[in-house]
Design a protein around this ligand. Structure first.
Ligand SMILES: Cc1cc2nc3c(=O)[nH]c(=O)nc-3n(C[C@H](O)[C@H](O)[C@H](O)COP(=O)(O)OP(=O)(O)OC[C@H]3O[C@@H](n4cnc5c(N)ncnc54)[C@H](O)[C@@H]3O)c2cc1C
Length: 323
């Protein structure tokens, strides 16, 4: 019996989130006594499959069909449902991205099985016990799952993607999906690259600014520090509400979840809706005039001072040390 992990990719470029799901799935499969197998779908799938053995996939099902040229949630869902049926898989996982959740919702409807989204911990058995994230992570829910086929997504950043101690074979097995043209009712037809290079979600350094920054213009100092550190600027919702930064820069429940090596949170109080987007950061440096601010009490490091003095001073010191 097997556990399938759907690995997202875009024309052959594997999504980092998929390797998190595969890492999680590999450990879960071992605990449940199942074989861990991966699924990649559509154009570029073979390229995307190249590293999956290293992350613990014994077999990689490579699905193709004319309808699968670009991502389409229903077409991907039908394809994954067909692979589940043909392999007799006991469970299927995906990462809890928008795409992962949408595809597994289709699979659940097609197979008439329940679906549990955004899990961060699972104990297998006759009944699976799981902890899942609700309300953007501000509520953790303990749940149990009894189903013929378990369909689950893994919360983004719940685990770090790590190669398996012992790589598995990653043997490619072609799968010819049987799809009607109607399965392509919504497909990605074109893409526009809005962000070059690193993004807020993947940057190793995020310099965040909140209401305490004071204006759009005053973010220039944060931009300078981010550039010195090879990172990007993020912000709180108070900032986007004020129109100082675009929503694409917002960290939090209704923004982006970040997981940098360091998050420098300046002039941000650390409201729960912001915290759930920042809590996966490996280290946090809070700069705040209020020593009681939530972000200060949660941070590993804090400077209790005016950010307008501290941020330029850090930038200057980095430049001085680099000569
Ligand atoms: C449904 C819902 C969803 C939400 N989603 C999000 C979300 O995704 N992301 C998000 O961020 N918020 C979200 N919010 C809003 C959230 O509740 C907070 O209102 C918001 O995060 C506050 O932003 P802030 O920390 O910048 O501002 P404030 O809470 O006003 O904090 C400003 C901080 O700056 C400090 N400060 C002021 N001046 C200085 C200075 N010169 N130097 C240093 N420190 C200074 C203050 O001490 C204070 O701690 C959401 C709210 C709701 C209801």
């Amino acid at each position: 019996m097997s556990l399938l992990v759907l690995c997202e990719h875009d024309r052959g470029v594997l999504a980092g989130a998929s390797l998190e799901a595969l890492t999680f799935g590999r450990d879960l499969a071992a605990a449940a006594g199942l074989a861990c197998e991966a699924v990649v779908i559509g154009e570029g799938a073979e390229t995307a499959a190249a590293d999956l053995g290293a992350y613990g996939a014994a077999t990689v099902h490579v699905a193709s069909h004319a309808v699968l040229r670009d991502f389409g949630p229903l077409a991907w869902g039908e394809t994954l449902a067909q692979i589940i049926r043909s392999t007799g898989a006991e469970a299927a996982l995906a990462c809890g991205t928008d795409r992962g959740n949408e595809v597994l919702a289709h699979v659940a409807a097609l197979l008439d099985e329940p679906f549990v989204a955004n899990c961060r911990q699972i104990t297998p058995g006759g009944t699976w016990s799981m902890t899942r994230m609700q309300w953007g992570g501000s509520l953790l829910e303990d749940a149990t799952l009894e189903a013929g086929i378990r369909l689950v997504t893994v919360a983004h950043h719940a685990v770090e993607a790590t190669p398996a101690d012992t790589p598995d074979a990653g043997t490619l097995v072609p799968f010819a999906a049987d799809l009607a043209d109607s399965a392509a009712c919504t497909v990605v037809a074109d893409r526009v690259v809005l962000t070059q290079g690193i993004t807020l979600a993947t940057s190793p350094v995020v310099v965040g600014g909140g209401r305490g920054v004071g204006s759009a213009e005053k973010f220039a100092a944060l931009e300078e520090l981010a550039a010195e550190l090879g990172g990007v600027v993020g912000c709180s919702r108070a900032v986007t509400n004020n129109g100082w930064r675009p929503h694409s820069d917002q960290v939090g429940q209704t923004g982006t979840r970040i997981a940098p090596q360091i998050y420098i949170a300046s002039g941000i109080s650390g409201a729960i809706q912001h915290w759930v987007g920042a809590m996966a950061s490996k280290n946090i440096l809070a700069i705040n005039t209020d020593s009681e601010a939530n972000m200060v009490t949660k941070a590993g490091y804090a400077v209790i001072a005016d950010l307008h003095e501290v941020i330029p001073a850090i930038t200057e010191e980095i430049r001085r040390r680099r000569g």
